[in-house]
Design a protein around this ligand. Structure first.
Ligand code: ADP
Ligand code: MG
Length: 344
């Protein structure tokens, strides 16, 4: 089962005990950045590629999922005299997942179920099948991400005749889906999203805050320098992730032989990103309207996407739905897990 994500991808299988399980990549991570770096004739996918994104942006492809299904006139990436379309770039990501899984499991990976957003149209789905084919995978089926999430959480556990709300906040996209579970059947009632809203926007707010503090103190902007920018970016992500489990994290900013230690708290993060949480809330209300349901008729709220680990998101959902959202499955693994269940 493969979650071919905008920012991160993951691969899962059903182990010898019949349990779905994520297969770690060669770097021992459960998820792999969906980033491709062209280093001369070498192609690098994952964490090492992501680290090159700021240094050599012209040789790095990120967020290729946003380009899926586009014609050559609309998008292509050129390197070494060769043109790559989005399916070809995506196939490089799939190839890494396949290769690493084969190393870990010691078997050939042949058949796969790959997930796509519920809103993907026919040509975007076709491009995903093509990416699988180019990676030498036999694509058994393409399934919707919210459906996969529901499978991972356990349709039986959720129960029959239940309304389920899937809240998926990833790295660069936000998707909301309302589904009805009837027996083994999962019916989609409405789906919506903002494909320019995700964890990256939280990162950018922190980066802006840090640069503002630095400017106030020293009168110069560290973001003018690409190296300093990259450094602040990775420290911002670290601080954001830390604040999902602890109330305070220091951010150190070094630039032009000057150093600033910023005491960054959960309260500051929530204040500077309140508008992003509001955008999430608005879309939740819109999709509920489209499904002709109100928040109290939702039986279960499923959390999907790494960014739902942020306490501010869980709090907002608790308020909106009047119940505790279900976070019992790892939010950045559940789509791949669900795909593996479907595959089996
Ligand atoms: P995709 O968009 O590819 O579906 P994911 O669902 O894996 O991506 O989500 C990736 C995002 O989740 C990134 O922005 C990452 O910084 C964020 N994230 C992961 N873990 C945490 C955490 N503990 N706290 C806050 N954000 C997190
Ligand atoms: Mg995702």
């Amino acid at each position: 089962g493969i979650d071919l994500g905008t920012t991160y991808s993951a691969i899962a299988y059903i182990n010898e005990f019949g349990k779905p399980e994520i297969i770690p990549n060669e770097e021992q991570s459960m998820i792999t950045p969906s980033v491709v770096y062209f280093e001369g004739s070498r192609i690098i996918v994952g964490e090492d590629a992501r680290n090159m994104a700021v240094v050599e942006p012209s040789k790095v492809v990120e967020y290729v999922k946003r380009q899926m299904g586009k014609t050559r006139d609309e998008w292509y990436f050129e390197h070494g005299g060769k043109e790559y379309n989005a399916a070809e770039i995506s196939s490089l990501i799939l190839s890494k997942l396949k290769r690493d899984a084969e190393k870990t499991l010691g078997v050939t990976v042949r058949d796969a179920v790959i997930t796509v957003p519920a809103y993907f149209n026919e040509s975007q789905r076709e491009a995903t099948v093509e990416a699988g084919r180019l990676a030498k995978l036999n694509v058994l089926r393409i399934i919707n991400e919210p459906t996969a999430a529901a499978l991972a959480y356990g349709v039986h556990k959720i129960g029959s005749n239940k309304n389920v709300f899937v809240f998926d906040l990833g790295g660069g996209t936000f998707d909301v889906t309302v589904m009805k579970i009837e027996g083994k059947h999962i019916q989609m009632l409405a789906t919506n999203g903002d494909h320019m809203l995700g964890g990256k926007d939280w990162d950018d707010e922190i980066i802006k805050y840090v640069s503002g503090q630095f400017q106030t103190k020293f009168g110069i902007d560290p973001l003018d320098d690409i190296q300093a920018y990259q450094d602040i970016q990775s420290r911002a992500v670290q601080a954001k992730i830390a604040l999902s489990s602890i109330p305070k994290a220091n951010i150190i900013c070094n630039y032009a032989s000057k150093s600033l230690k910023i005491e960054f708290t959960k309260e500051i993060l929530e204040r500077i990103t309140a508008n992003l949480v509001d955008r999430c809330k608005t879309l939740v209300e819109i999709v509920l309207d489209e499904a002709k349901l109100n928040s109290s008729s939702i039986d279960t709220v499923l959390l999907v996407g790494g960014s739902t680990r942020m306490p501010m998101i869980k709090e907002k959902l608790r308020k909106l739905f009047g119940k505790e959202p279900d976070a019992s499955v790892n939010p950045d693994e559940c789509v791949a897990i669900g795909a593996a269940i479907q595959g089996a």
